[in-house]
Design a protein around this ligand. Structure first.
Ligand code: IMP
Length: 178
């Protein structure tokens, strides 16, 4: 078992890079089929989705635009419940097929807020893609179209996900040790 320390917490290896790559392959293949005639705009949510977005977009082999936005950040290991706002969106999304690319859907509160803000701009449709989903933590009714991996309700880092800013660059996913 590979154990690492980030700040005051220990983490054990949980999902290897090979398993992640296979899972991303599967959703990229499905997206490429589903969206081939829809000229999608992929909106990737920084910072957490950077590694997932990079691997996903290399595998999506249809005409598509890729853009990046930010939401206000999440502090520590639990959701603040604060209102988050999208910033950095340059494209006109009216009439477009939009695919949100996120690192993780936990309670779904962030995704709900993002969907509400994007839906106000009159897109044709919004689809949701996330590297990870914690089904047990989900409290919002949000579309979950392309989920690479489902995980239990425990804090994870790596592959873009951080613990207080650290761990994003880990090529595998680690789970906190209680
Ligand atoms: P939600 O609003 O509760 O769905 O949380 C979404 C955001 O919280 C994600 O975009 C992450 O930034 C962060 N988050 C939730 N769970 C984790 C985790 O296990 N590790 C790192 N960040 C997380």
């Amino acid at each position: 078992m590979k154990r690492i320390t980030i700040k005051d917490k220990e983490f054990d290896i949980f999902i290897t890079r090979e398993v992640i790559a296979d899972a991303i392959d599967k959703i990229a293949t499905k997206m490429s089929e589903d969206l081939k005639d829809r000229n999608p705009l992929f909106i990737c949510v920084l910072n957490g989705s950077f590694m997932f977005a990079s691997e996903l977009m290399k595998r999506v082999n249809i005409p598509a635009e890729v853009s990046f936005v930010k939401m206000s950040s999440y502090v520590g290991t639990s959701s603040t419940g604060a209102v988050k706002e999208i910033y950095g969106l340059q494209e006109d999304i009216s009439g477009r097929t939009v695919v949100i690319v996120e690192d993780i859907v936990d309670t779904g509160n962030t995704m709900k807020q993002m969907l509400d803000q994007l839906n106000a701009k009159n897109p044709k449709e919004i689809l949701v893609s996330s590297l990870l989903l914690k089904p047990e933590a989900l409290v919002q009714d949000v579309p979950l179209n392309y989920i690479a991996l489902e995980i239990p309700d425990a804090f994870v880092v790596g592959y873009g996900l951080d613990y207080d800013g650290y761990g994003r660059n880990l090529p595998d996913i680690y789970q906190v040790v209680d």
